[in-house]
Design a protein around this ligand. Structure first.
Ligand SMILES: Nc1ncnc2c1ncn2[C@@H]1O[C@H](COP(=O)(O)OP(=O)(O)OP(=O)(O)O)[C@@H](O)[C@H]1O
Ligand SMILES: [Mg+2]
Length: 303
């Protein structure tokens, strides 16, 4: 059995008269990257703030490494590393001195751990430079290094790729996977981008208006949802052949849509070519978060 590192049960938060989080439950397993996916205002940050002890839940329970955050706050927090919104760093100190500052707040962590986490996040070359000279991606990495100082079992990152460029996003993704695989960390990542969660996570909880509307593996969630967009010459003949092989949809602009099935796509393509139809385009289209949401919430629009 995989070990559960974070367990959340029926978590609720009311602020003023407004119930913002309406009963959220999920578990994180050792070595898994878990996505928290939802549109702006869904309640991702509010939930995360409760998980990391920044605000108190109205009701429900959170256990980290087997410790309940209400009864055993310090033990629970020892198992947790987190960055909520932006890492808190001192720009006029070097990366090393920033980490040193945090090491001093931890009882059983020495300076050798700074060298370790610096290597882990790939900042060895720049660690003695002032943080104000770092790029956004480097600051994120330093923030993660800081979160890893206490050797946590669970790492929580609220929108870790916000503001990064495409290369930075890819790097951050690879890095998070590396942490889960090589260090056995459970990582909870929030995002409002399906494509992001899809590429990074093993499992995902979809959150909308303060509730989890579905928790599943990314694979299940997206199976049979991807589409193939075809274009061929001659168009009518290609359309006829493809329609005899699978369900098709004519988008009216010279393209035909079918379901994406990896084994069948190559076969359909061959059958078209064998019949003398030239396939000029075959594009795989990822489903939009919007479509998935519409389906799961039965017509609820993303705010
Ligand atoms: N302190 C507060 N007082 C009142 N309302 C709040 C407070 N904090 C959050 N909210 C409301 O709770 C809802 C959820 O906010 P939250 O920041 O958790 O969303 P989010 O999913 O993180 O969104 P985003 O993708 O924009 O970061 C929003 O409607 C927000 O306005
Ligand atoms: Mg947020």
């Amino acid at each position: 059995m995989e070990k559960t590192t974070l367990s959340v049960r029926n978590l609720k938060k009311t602020i003023g008269k407004k119930e913002i989080i309406k009963g959220i439950s999920f578990d994180l397993k050792e070595g898994e990257v878990f996505g928290f996916l939802g549109p702006n205002g869904a309640g991702k940050t509010t939930t995360i703030r409760m998980l990391v002890g920044l605000i108190k839940p109205t009701s429900g329970s959170v256990e980290i490494g087997g410790y309940n955050i209400e009864n055993h706050f310090f033990e629970a927090m020892k198992n947790l590393g987190c960055i909520v919104e932006n890492p808190e760093l001192y720009p006029y100190l070097s990366g090393w001195d920033n980490l040193l500052h945090f090491v001093r707040m931890l009882d059983d962590v020495g300076e050798e751990r700074i060298t370790e986490v610096t290597q882990l996040v790939g900042l060895t070359d720049r660690i003695h430079d002032k943080v104000k000279t770092y790029s956004l991606g480097m600051r994120q990495r330093l923030g993660i290094a800081q979160a890893l100082l206490g050797r946590p079992k669970v790492l929580i990152l609220d929108e870790p790729t916000n503001g990064l460029d495409p290369a930075g996003i890819r790097e951050m993704r690879q890095f998070i996977r590396f942490l889960a695989e090589s260090e056995g960390l459970s990582v909870l990542v929030s995002s409002h981008l399906l494509s992001e969660i899809q590429l990074l996570c093993d499992r995902v909880a979809i959150i909308s208006k303060g509730k989890v509307i579905r928790t599943d593996t990314v694979e299940h969630l997206l199976s049979n949802r991807e589409q193939l967009i075809w274009s061929f010459e001659p168009f009518e003949k290609g359309k006829e052949i493809l329609s005899s092989l699978t369900k098709t949809e004519d988008s009216g602009d010279g393209f035909i849509r079918t379901e994406y099935e990896s084994e069948k796509a190559a076969l359909w393509n061959k059958q078209l070519v064998d019949a003398g139809v030239k396939v000029t385009e075959m594009n795989r289209k990822l489903p939009a978060l919007e479509d998935l949401f519409l389906e799961l919430t039965g017509g609820d629009k993303i705010d």
